[in-house]
Design a protein around this ligand. Structure first.
Ligand code: M6R
Length: 587
């Protein structure tokens, strides 16, 4: 989703903003823009497409103050006019914004009646328009008054056309971070943009005034707040793509070390609060791949602890008739910890139960703050939009969580299982090129499985559709004959996930029914292919041995690689699929 960078620097703030925007590209965007100050004038430059196009337009002259933005359109079509920064009509203020101003229509109508002219279709223009209208001499008062007027989620940075080297910012619900040093001061929606060192996380309702070497924070009554930088930017190699062509491929290969890190982190965690939880049923909540890991976690709770459990999509959680009591344990799973739907679901659940566990990759995220217990998934920075190592770490973290609740003995066994699994992954080399060749030009691809395999089928289908743009659908194997067989035509690829011996035959029956109607079958199973499989299937892949409950982590790996290769063969950029964003910060 949208990304914000603001820089005050003695040398060249525009270049630093462009570099910051490049680091935020992983979030997904359709246009970008920058505003730099020169001789009290606000210069705005915007471009459609990638940061490279913007860079070409930005003059080489130096400025000490600049703000920039990557836009993922929500209100108003994708065009240069709607890209940020957006100027107030009197050109006194320029604003970049992440989030949604929910009452923008009302504000627009009101200001238009007063003669204000709007030049974009965005909700963001209400911020610049109100700043342009509010005539307080003190900019902090101006922003505080603005915050009384707007409703919704936002993080914004604003600069004024004066001779001062300062940037203002405020936030509600959307993330914003601040870095301040004698040489460079920065604001960004992800600390990944900052140099190494300590930085601040802004809280909801706070206003920030940033200068070089100096930062001040205010509450909404304009009272100054004392804040200490409480987070530290650690250099993470994930920022560097290394010898890989794409982050996605690099991240698939990072699954194994990430699992080892997760196991070590769990060994070092104080899990006493988790063990003390008293609950009678469990709800596991997430979106997309995180929802799929919740589905696997749900099976773990049922199989290992025999507890009534349910996995729910966060976007449905609040609106369905979810029954929660004080004794319900709610587990929220999110790589980014900034997914708006998951945050809203956790806020909803917090009103009914105190048993809130958050499982996330970003321990200082907005979601993490809502958890009574916060557990890491330890995946390391994930840049590609398609989740790979984070999904596998979520599944492994849920395994460790459930085994912690089972017994001390099972916890230690589970830690060792995750270690052993990571070793298996190191040696699990699969060449998916031929497989990818077969799938690449299909109109649609079907995936089937039962139980845990059905979840792998769903995650495999999501991955493939997300980056190949092929229509992919996953079904429980037994459902084919209840309607789906009608879609099976000659040569349509059907990927069969059948890694559980007990239900293997049942899955096979469904696969063969599809084959009789023309489907081309591809198999992922837990044991080496039998003679008849080699006959019926175009290709058979068998997984190395591992504890059955962890098999989904092995089974998803070939499907992640398959998706990556198909995406490339179709000429797509697997790291940045069209229309999608890494961090979905709006509902
Ligand atoms: O950051 P989160 O884990 O909360 O993100 C949830 C989904 O948006 C995410 O898993 C999405 O489905 C991925 N792009 C799938 O690869």
């Amino acid at each position: 989703m949208c990304g914000i960078v603001g820089v005050i620097e003695k040398e060249n703030a525009t270049e630093k903003v462009l570099q910051g925007l490049e680091k935020l590209q992983y979030r997904g965007y359709d246009s970008a823009g920058i505003c730099f100050k020169s001789e009290e004038k606000l210069n705005v430059i915007k471009s459609l497409g990638t940061i490279d196009f913007l860079r070409e337009k930005v003059p080489k002259n130096k400025s000490n103050v600049a703000i920039g933005h990557t836009r993922w359109a929500t209100h108003g079509k994708v065009c240069e006019t709607n890209a940020h920064p957006i100027l107030s009509e009197n050109k006194n203020w320029a604003v970049v914004h992440n989030g949604i101003i929910e009452n923008y229509k009302y504000i627009c109508d009101d200001l238009q009646e007063k003669g204000v002219h709007f030049s974009t279709q965005t909700d963001t223009e209400t911020i610049s328009a109100l700043l342009g209208q509010n005539n307080f001499l003190n900019p902090i008062k101006n922003i505080a008054f603005l915050m009384q007027q707007i409703k919704g989620s936002y993080a914004f940075c604003a600069v004024k056309n004066d001779d001062k080297q300062q940037i203002f910012a405020a936030k509600n619900k959307s993330p914003l971070y601040v870095f301040c040093s004698p040489y460079i001061s920065m604001l960004a929606s992800d600390p990944i943009c900052f140099p190494k060192g300590e930085y601040f996380k802004m809280e909801d309702g706070e206003i920030c005034k940033l200068q070089i070497g100096k930062v001040e924070f205010f509450d909404c009554k304009c009272q100054q707040i004392k804040k200490q930088p409480n987070l530290e930017q650690q250099f993470d190699a994930a920022e560097d793509i290394g010898q890989f062509d794409h982050y996605m491929l690099k991240e698939i290969y990072q699954t194994s070390p990430a699992l080892r890190r997760l196991a070590i982190n769990f060994l070092n965690l104080d899990l006493s609060a988790l063990k003390k939880l008293s609950f009678d049923k469990v709800k596991l909540v997430g979106c997309g791949s995180a929802y799929h890991s919740c589905m696997i976690g749900c099976e773990y709770f049922k199989k290992v602890l025999k507890v009534d459990s349910e996995a729910l999509q966060a976007s449905e959680f609040r609106y369905g008739s979810t029954l929660l009591t004080k004794k319900t344990l709610c587990i929220f799973v999110s790589q980014s910890g900034e997914t708006a739907d998951t945050i809203a679901a956790a806020e909803f659940a917090s009103k009914k139960t105190k048993n809130i566990v958050v499982l996330t990759n970003v321990l200082h995220s907005t979601l993490a703050k809502l958890g009574k217990i916060i557990l890491p998934i330890s995946a390391g920075v994930e840049m590609a939009v398609a989740s790979t190592k984070a999904y596998s770490c979520q599944v492994a973290a849920l395994y460790l969580l459930v085994m912690t609740l089972k017994s001390e003995k099972m916890f230690y066994k589970a830690v060792s299982d995750v270690f052993l699994l990571s070793k298996k992954l190191d040696k699990f080399y699969i060449n998916m090129a031929e497989f990818a060749q077969e799938i690449s030009f299909a109109q649609s691809v079907f995936f089937i499985g039962k139980g845990l395999d059905y979840v792998t089928a769903m995650e495999g289908a999501l991955k493939l559709k997300e980056i190949s743009y092929i229509n992919c659908n996953a079904y429980p194997a037994g459902e084919l004959k209840h309607g789906i067989l009608t879609l099976i035509e000659k040569d349509v690829p059907l990927i069969v996930v059948a890694t559980q011996p007990k239900i293997y035959e049942k899955t096979m029956n469904s696969a063969l029914e599809a084959k009789s109607r023309g489907a081309k079958l591809f198999l992922i199973s837990a044991s080496p292919p039998k003679a008849f499989e080699l006959e019926d299937f175009e290709m058979c892949l068998s997984l190395p041995k591992c504890p059955p409950l962890l098999r989904p982590i092995l089974a998803i790996l070939p499907l992640q690689k398959l998706s990556y290769l198909v995406s490339i063969q179709r000429g797509n950029n697997p790291d940045m699929p069209r229309n999608l964003a890494k961090s979905v910060t709006v509902e």
